[in-house]
Design a protein around this ligand. Structure first.
Ligand code: KIV
Length: 266
């Protein structure tokens, strides 16, 4: 069974760990067999399960339903679940909605943003609810960013991201996710905080890696993002199976053969 202590130990020892998004029982069982370290019930389900063009329509009821599916079907992974768009604007609603996810089986609550989340992070930590703060390309802010764009490219934006990361960790965040930021910045953030950092499109130097499950099984709607690799059709997946793809992803992350330079942004 993976816990936050396991991930902290991995960070100290330089052992790279895996995270995949998951939304239903059967895939959660296959991830259990492949010993994927952490599972994220991501609000990306709005796009890959529900067919929306963004994560914004996802509700807390959707997140509770999918979190419970996973919690029933996986014993090995630490379970992270997203608070969806506008469900944590005020402290009372954030607390109510976090409680719903934790009671559905989440072990860590993921929220998107920066230092403005510090009060919430501290309040939840004091109430026994660890948080994972998602920085960089935070999909819930797509309308603010004007599209899904790489973040942290200017010196000013990079400094802000580093400061945000340090502020939320200082406030008690247990984990960070960095999405679509230059690899060098991701390395700097990872080295500057004590908690494990999980990257997606953030280079090879974060402590762990996360991918959307459908993407890494080659099921991509539209343009394939640069940071995605199809592990299902990879020739090293000799069984050509989904379980084999999960196992290969774990092996590739641990041995450092994924991600490579071709998957990162500079
Ligand atoms: O919702 C999601 O799947 C995510 C990952 C892309 C990190 O936030």
């Amino acid at each position: 069974m993976t816990t936050l202590s396991t991930l902290n130990k991995f960070k100290k020892e330089g052992v790279k760990f895996t995270c995949l998004t998951c939304y239903d029982a059967m895939f959660a069982r296959l991830m259990d067999k492949a010993q994927i370290d952490t599972i994220l019930i991501g609000d990306s389900l709005g796009m890959v399960v529900q067919g929306h063009s963004s994560t914004l329509p996802v509700t807390i009821e959707d997140m509770v339903y999918h979190t419970a599916n996973i919690a029933r079907s996986n014993e090995h992974a630490l379970i992270l679940a997203d608070l969806p768009f506008m469900s944590y604007v005020t402290l009372p609603e954030a607390i109510t909605n976090s409680r719903k996810l934790m009671q559905a089986g989440a072990q860590v609550i993921k929220i998107e943003g920066g230092s403005e989340l510090c009060d919430l992070v501290t309040t939840l930590a004091q109430a026994g609810t660890p948080t994972c703060v998602h920085l960089g390309l935070t999909p819930q802010l797509v309308n603010v960013f004007g599209g899904y764009k790489i973040q942290g490219r200017s010196d000013e934006a990079a400094d802000k991201l580093l400061n945000d990361a340090q502020a939320v960790v200082g406030a008690g965040a247990a984990l960070l996710v960095l999405e679509c930021v230059p690899a060098e910045l991701a390395k700097k953030v990872t080295e500057s905080v004590e908690v494990p950092v999980i990257g997606i499109g953030a280079g090879a130097d974060t402590d762990g890696q996360v991918l959307v499950m459908h993407d890494m099984l080659g099921m991509v709607h539209g343009r394939v993002p640069r940071f995605v690799h199809d592990f299902l059709t990879d020739e090293r997946n000799t069984e050509h199976s989904i379980e084999g793809a999960f196992a290969l992803y774990k092996q590739a992350v641990q041995e450092g053969s994924f991600p490579t330079k071709q998957h990162q942004f500079d």
